[in-house]
Design a binder for this molecule. Structure first.
Ligand code: ADP
Length: 192
């Protein structure tokens, strides 16, 4: 099973992906994590990426598609891939379809975690507050200014993917406002 987790920032994609890794030996491909690793590399590309991410905008399709291609070509799929935070644009969705085709793999479902905007803002601002209180590093894009831009990027560039995967017959929607365990159970039903 190869799946996409779809939803706005703060919808819980990362949390659910980590559970699937632990429980089903799936492989999480998070472009956000890959980009956070790239930004600390000290390269010119890393610096550019850092600037764009901190602002809350999307980095170029070329960069993220390159990162995913690298992983898919070299990687082991284990119990299947979880695409987390990718694709985020229609161009990325088309590129992913082509890549999977090339590799003889299929995409089984795009799972939308449905939430509402107030909850997202609360979750993300809360995440930043908790990290700060615990003396942990706070993500540079977890502030209200960047959050607005991230939400706008989601609505303008990523939300059309819901229609895209619906039209392909791959869309499954789960209630992302439910408890973590309930969301995990809904995802398990999709995977069954
Ligand atoms: P969140 O889950 O909170 O939205 P992510 O960790 O997925 O955050 O992504 C953080 C940032 O990394 C995004 O705001 C964007 O700048 C960049 N990014 C991650 N994935 C992509 C992608 N597929 N395309 C373009 N930019 C991306």
């Amino acid at each position: 099973m190869n799946i996409i987790l779809l939803g706005p920032p703060g919808a819980g994609k990362g949390t659910q992906a980590k559970r699937l890794v632990d429980e089903r030996n799936m492989v999480q491909l998070s472009t956000g994590d890959m980009l956070r690793a790239a930004r600390t590399s000290g390269t010119e590309m890393g610096k550019k990426v850092a600037e764009v991410m901190d602002r809350g905008d999307l980095v170029t399709d070329e960069i993220v598609i390159g990162l995913i291609r690298e992983q898919l070509e070299s990687g082991q799929s284990g119990g299947g891939y979880i695409f987390d935070g990718f694709p985020r644009t229609l161009a990325q969705a088309d590129a992913l379809a082509a890549l999977m085709d090339e590799l003889g793999q299929t995409l089984d479902a795009a799972i939308e975690l449905q939430v509402n905007d107030e909850v997202l803002v609360e979750r993300i601002v809360g995440r930043a507050r908790e990290a700060a209180a615990a003396g942990e590093p706070v993500r540079a894009d977890d502030n209200e200014e960047s959050l607005k831009i991230r939400l706008m990027a989601y609505y303008k560039q990523t939300s059309p993917l819901i229609g895209y995967y619906y039209a392909k017959g791959d869309l499954k929607t789960v209630d992302g406002l439910a408890s973590m365990d309930e969301v995990a159970a809904s995802i398990a039903r999709v995977l069954a």
